[in-house]
Design a protein around this ligand. Structure first.
Ligand SMILES: NC(=O)c1ccc[n+]([C@@H]2O[C@H](COP(=O)([O-])OP(=O)(O)OC[C@H]3O[C@@H](n4cnc5c(N)ncnc54)[C@H](OP(=O)(O)O)[C@@H]3O)[C@@H](O)[C@H]2O)c1
Length: 273
């Protein structure tokens, strides 16, 4: 689906009433690159049928819609900051109307990921667990570090997020784990290790562990620790403002609008592949 560079890109925002949806809405007034064409919320949401201007002044005269097919109608791209439970109906709506999808929700199970891959055969889909520039680059740096350091280094992926985050480990932590495994020319499932608190189990050398904290209002922090006998390397990324993710999602939408069907990630948007 091609867009003229001088014409604003019409976007449907799914999960528009949530924390991240509101961050995207806040970037739109006065932004000549984008035009909001629809705003989705859950079918029983507190803001259902309310005007989007309740949350953000300067937006088109639209109401929050609990029907994804209606929310995406007429859009050039959909951006989804909802939750995994909503993904199936959002995929259906985008398939029916041929709308490219920037999927920013995280915590999908294997069946949901398969449905996402299926959709990408007919429309462009960008699966972005983290739309920040820094984390996109971190994935690449982690792959290089893992490949260089090898199996003598144990890897721990440590993340901190706000108390309302549901999925654990975060989608970003899992992607970082995949980057470590790629660097080691292995699958994450082969190297990942879940140690049970209270058990006397020792760490398997060279394994990938995950640790997480949920507290306060932390927007998102990830540390990838490589530790061997005598030295350790830590690669750290911290987000201080959620608008960082919202800006990345808009950048991704602009890029995806001109792509053929396929499954993409943020590294494609930044030309890292
Ligand atoms: N990609 C990234 O860079 C990035 C960054 C931060 C967060 N995230 C992810 O983005 C997602 C949203 O995070 P958040 O903090 O904004 O969550 P949130 O505040 O809980 O918002 C969730 C949104 O999803 C909607 N929703 C929930 N169930 C739905 C359903 N069944 N059908 C349609 N809409 C539904 C909610 O609508 P109601 O208000 O009507 O309930 C709300 O708009 C999470 O998966 C999070 O991990 C991604």
């Amino acid at each position: 689906m091609s867009t003229q560079s001088h014409k604003p890109l019409s976007i449907a925002l799914l999960g528009a009433s949530g924390r991240m949806g509101r961050e995207v809405l806040a970037l739109l007034p006065g932004n000549t690159g984008f035009e909001l064409s629809g705003a989705g919320c859950s079918p029983e949401g507190g803001l259902l049928a309310q005007p989007v201007s309740l949350l953000q002044k300067g937006l088109p005269d639209l109401r929050f819609d609990g029907n994804p097919s209606k929310a995406v109608a007429g859009a050039s791209v959909a951006i989804d900051f909802s939750l995994p439970d909503a993904t199936a109906s959002h995929l259906d709506a985008c398939r029916e109307q041929g709308i490219p999808l920037v999927l920013c929700a995280t915590g999908h199970d294997a069946a949901q990921l398969e449905a996402i891959r299926e959709l990408s055969k007919t429309v462009p889909v960008l699966l972005a667990a983290n739309t920040s520039l820094g984390v996109t680059l971190l994935n690449r740096l982690v792959e290089i570090a893992a490949s260089t350091l090898g199996e003598q280094f144990d890897t721990e992926i440590f993340e901190v997020h706000h108390r309302n985050k549901r999925d654990l480990p975060s989608g970003t932590a899992l992607k970082l784990g995949e980057a470590v495994a790629r660097g080691r020319k292995a699958e994450l499932a082969e190297l990942a290790e879940n140690r049970i608190p209270g058990s006397q189990q020792l760490r398997s050398p060279g394994s990938i562990g995950f640790s997480a904290v949920r507290a306060g209002d932390v927007a998102g922090e990830h540390t990838v620790l490589f530790a061997a006998d005598g030295e350790r390397l830590e690669l750290v990324h911290k987000v201080s403002k959620r608008s960082t993710f919202a800006q990345g999602a808009l950048k991704a939408a602009q890029w995806l609008a001109d792509q053929p069907p396929g499954l993409y990630e943020m590294s494609d948007v930044l030309g890292l592949n």
